[in-house]
Design a protein around this ligand. Structure first.
Ligand SMILES: *Cc1c(COP(=O)(O)O)cnc(C)c1O
Length: 434
């Protein structure tokens, strides 16, 4: 008789796991206060004190800057728009190249494209999953202007080596910290190591305001440009007396007072949420480590990984069936989504390496790689980043069962399901060969 649920056996658990919900009375009260004031956004797209937004937005920025120890924390309406302001603020333009990871959310690589520059994909480190410094160095050309680092899954990239390369070649370093608030590298918060860092406050992230983002920097000139790009800079440059108006045309990337009110309360909750996540992730890493063929992520001893996702390497040679077969069997044992949400709690791989997207394969833009100012010849062929491809297509699975709110018995159900599939793997081999 089959034991595995995918073959008709009894599943480990059918009861849904608790939703990850960090919004409570504190956020409700804060938003009501803003609603009562009638002032839902005080931004003015003119050179005026309200160019910097209303009192709640400015308070949130002050709180964020003091929490993370940055000179400037500038709110925006998403991490995506924050990445765009970073590229614009650094003066990156048509003809330039930016080195990016292919193993990240699509917006990281899109940011250079928006300003007409070309993303050049370096491979990821096979154990850390962030940019591999050696691959970065090989991608440098006379056109390279910046390295856009992503602290993927919450694990800090190899920053010392990346910063050394940047200094040697006079490049900017942009840190996409969407998945890594409070992650540290050698006792420094990520986002504070390079020239500019960007955090996400999207609903799916550790803390959120629905949609939102924060740009941090310690550089006065970069900060001034971020403010301009956030809020109709073309109106501001003349009255403010800005001489270098290049790239300071603005968008509307402004955060509302309500979102900022939520953000102030969410930031207070961040340390405890991270602590719980780390505790759960450590427990799961220990238990996963006991299953032969599974490798929990490598975290450098000087780094703090904050586990937006836990990425586990799966060895087909040891388990005897391929990763997707295993994950499908696992999904039959325990719920892989939560109530009213379709976003999976577990996925084979993460995202397809970005250069394989139609945008890059079809070179579907009039600017960037097709711009006449671009004198290079970027390669987006399959195979350019073998580690990213191997990890995504064959070896890695990512899960977020370690989210705060999961009890010890919830975690134990998850582990029991993994164990059960591993122990009854022969049932899957029979199915595969039948
Ligand atoms: C979520 C995410 C983004 C985009 O953030 P938004 O706030 O949704 O725009 C960018 N980069 C990474 C690595 C992300 O995880």
């Amino acid at each position: 008789m089959a034991k595995l649920a995918i073959n008709g056996g009894k599943p480990v658990r059918t009861k849904l796991f608790p939703a990850y919900n960090t919004i409570g009375e504190e956020e409700k009260r804060a938003v009501m206060k803003v609603l009562d004031s009638g002032n839902l956004s005080q931004f003015l797209g003119a050179w005026h004190k309200d160019f910097y937004g209303g009192p709640t937005v400015q308070q949130f920025e002050k709180d964020w800057a003091s929490f993370f120890g940055n000179k400037y924390a500038i709110s925006v309406n998403s991490n995506t728009s924050g990445l765009f302001t970073a590229i614009g603020a650094l003066g990156i333009k048509a003809g330039d190249e930016v080195i990016v990871s292919p193993y990240t959310m699509s917006a990281s690589a899109l940011a250079p494209v928006i300003y007409g520059a070309v993303p050049v994909f370096a491979d990821v480190d096979y154990n850390n999953y962030g940019l591999d410094p050696e691959s970065v160095e090989r991608c440098i050309t006379p056109r390279t202007k910046a390295i856009l680092v992503v602290h993927i899954f919450g694990n800090p990239a190899r920053m010392d080596e990346i910063m050394a390369i940047a200094r040697k070649h006079n490049l900017y370093v942009i840190e996409d910290c969407a998945q890594a608030p409070m992650a540290t590298y050698k006792d420094k918060y990520v986002g504070s190591i390079g020239d500019i860092g960007i955090f996400s406050l999207n609903y799916h992230k550790h803390i959120h305001t629905g949609e939102g983002g924060i740009v941090v920097t310690n550089n006065d000139q970069i900060a001034e440009r971020v403010y301009l790009i956030r809020n109709h800079g073309e109106n501001i440059v003349e009255p403010k007396g800005i001489k270098d108006v290049y790239n300071t045309f603005g968008y509307n990337y402004r955060m509302t007072e309500m979102e900022a009110a939520v953000g102030i309360e969410q930031l207070k909750k961040l340390p405890a949420l991270i602590e719980e996540r780390l505790k759960n992730a450590a427990y799961m890493a220990t238990e996963f480590g006991k299953i032969e063929g599974f490798t929990p992520p490598l975290v450098e001893s000087s780094s703090k990984h904050v586990y937006y996702l836990q990425a586990i390497k799966y060895k087909k040679e040891i388990l005897g069936v391929d990763r997707n077969t295993f994950i499908n069997a696992l999904k039959a044992e325990i719920p892989s989504a939560i109530l009213r949400e379709d976003t999976p709690l577990i996925s084979p791989g993460y995202v397809k390496p970005l250069y394989l997207q139609p945008l890059y394969q079809q070179r579907a833009t009039h600017c960037s790689f097709n711009c006449e100012k671009y004198k290079g010849s970027v390669d987006y062929s399959k195979g350019i980043c073998p580690n990213a491809e191997k990890l995504h297509f064959d070896e890695l699975f990512t899960h977020e069962y370690m989210r705060p709110g999961m009890s010890k018995s919830d975690l134990d159900d998850v582990i029991a399901a993994f164990r059960k599939v591993a122990e009854n793997i022969n049932e899957l081999k029979v199915a595969a060969s039948a």
